[in-house]
Design a protein around this ligand. Structure first.
Ligand code: MTE
Ligand code: MO
Length: 392
């Protein structure tokens, strides 16, 4: 038994030693991966800017984030088969000796650690975020894992390593991709490569389309890989955190419920009952909930403009504010209970304290009595169960 295993390992090692790396194949996959990673990095940067209210992230077009975040997910997911194919292609070289043959070789080998290890981390952490899996502990040790920070910082490392890697490989790839080189090689190699690249492209295409189903309406039937189907849930769209899970319902439905506007020092400027808000001028806008996980759904929201509520509280020109959920009292410390509305967003016609969705009173899981809805804003900042607006 042990002998059979040792033999198999020896055989595999010999096969690997004998194998030549197909540099042309490695280059083609490298280009595909480089393009996918770059698009993923740029859209990821947008995702960070939008969710942290960077002033350069615009309020319009209203549906932009929906597209950039969908693109982020799709390019990330298709990078998984591309990366596996690339690693499979260069594997013989990774295990071939000598471990280090020159200074340049040493630098190249060291740069592979952040590139390969970092890439695997990026794709894995992205996927587990979609699946809501956040390892807080690793074998009993608190690792303080916070997805956005870990994913964002590692992205910088990976993109740096990628630039270095491209710098090291660009001329080799250019030679390998030359037409006369390809024409001179044996037909069998060309055919093998076509099959491998074709299979990889098909796999990438399938995972890409099934992921896009979470956000592109005509592909919805194909959204097999999406964690949440965009048409499922109360009032026809998904819920990420229910009212029951953080015990907000009794406060949300209480007769004492008020929406309070305070200044930055916490001094009350005004307080409104739900009836007060219902009596104010209502407006209706179609805006998406676009979750960072890639699903998104356009809905028709009705409510009062944030800037009108500010004006009613004596704040005549819209200002940056924090909107605070009942959640902060019922389940303190849980994320997404507060979000910041930039001055630009506070000025918009369609930045609403929404009371209704699709003509119905908000379902408790969608934020009854009031939720914030604003254009070009990630779902995580469309805060539900509002009870306080703090004007900065
Ligand atoms: N108070 C509060 N608001 C919240 C959340 C939350 O956990 N608590 N989740 C956010 C996230 S991540 C998303 S994607 C949207 C989802 O809105 P929905 O449940 O109405 O579809 O609500 C956002 N608003
Ligand atoms: Mo979300």
């Amino acid at each position: 038994m042990t002998n059979a295993v040792t033999n198999a390992i020896d055989q595999a090692r010999n096969d690997i030693d004998a194998a030549e790396v197909d540099t042309r194949q490695a280059s083609i996959l490298g280009i595909a991966l480089g393009v996918a990673f770059t698009i993923c990095a740029v859209t990821g940067l947008f995702s960070w800017a939008a969710s942290t209210n960077q002033t350069w992230w615009p309020a319009r077009p209203a549906g932009l984030f929906r597209i950039t975040q969908g693109t982020h997910l799709v390019t990330g997911v298709i990078s998984i088969p591309l990366l596996l194919a690339k690693l499979r292609t260069v594997a013989p070289k990774l295990v071939q000796g000598p471990l280090v043959s020159s200074l340049g070789h040493l630098v190249e080998r060291i740069s592979l650690l952040p590139l390969v290890g970092g890439s695997i981390f990026m794709l894995f952490s992205g996927l587990t975020n979609v699946a809501y899996w956040y390892p807080q502990e690793f074998y009993g040790i608190d690792i303080g894992y916070f997805f956005p920070a870990a994913h964002g910082k590692m992205a910088i490392v990976v993109m740096g390593a990628l630039v270095a890697h491209i710098g090291a490989k660009i001329w080799i790839s250019r030679d390998a991709l030359r037409k006369d080189v390809a024409e001179a090689e044996p037909k069998a190699i060309t055919m093998n490569r076509r099959r491998f690249i074709g299979g990889t492209a098909a796999t990438a295409g399938i995972v890409g389309i099934t992921t896009a189903g979470a956000t592109v309406s005509p592909l919805r039937g194909l959204g097999l890989l999406s964690a949440r189907h965009p048409n499922s849930g109360p009032q026809g769209f998904p819920v990420n955190r229910t009212a029951a899970s953080i015990a907000v319902e009794s406060r949300a439905r209480s007769d004492d419920y008020r929406l309070t506007i305070t200044d930055a020092d916490g001094v009350d400027l005004a307080s409104f009952t739900l009836a007060d808000l219902q009596a104010m001028e209502q407006s209706t806008h179609t805006l998406p909930i676009a979750c960072v996980e890639g699903w998104s759904a356009n809905e028709e929201w009705t409510g009062v403009r944030l800037r009108d509520v500010l004006a009613a509280a004596g704040v005549d020109t819209p200002r940056q504010c924090d909107v605070v959920s009942i959640q902060e009292r019922s389940a303190p410390g849980r994320r997404y209970g507060t979000s910041t509305v930039s001055k630009e967003l506070a000025e918009q016609d369609d930045t609403l304290l929404a009371l209704q969705v699709n003509g119905e009173e908000l379902h408790i899981d969608h934020g009854f009595p009031i939720r914030l809805i604003a254009p070009n804003r990630p779902g995580v900042n469309q805060t539900k169960w509002l009870e306080r607006v703090v004007v900065k």
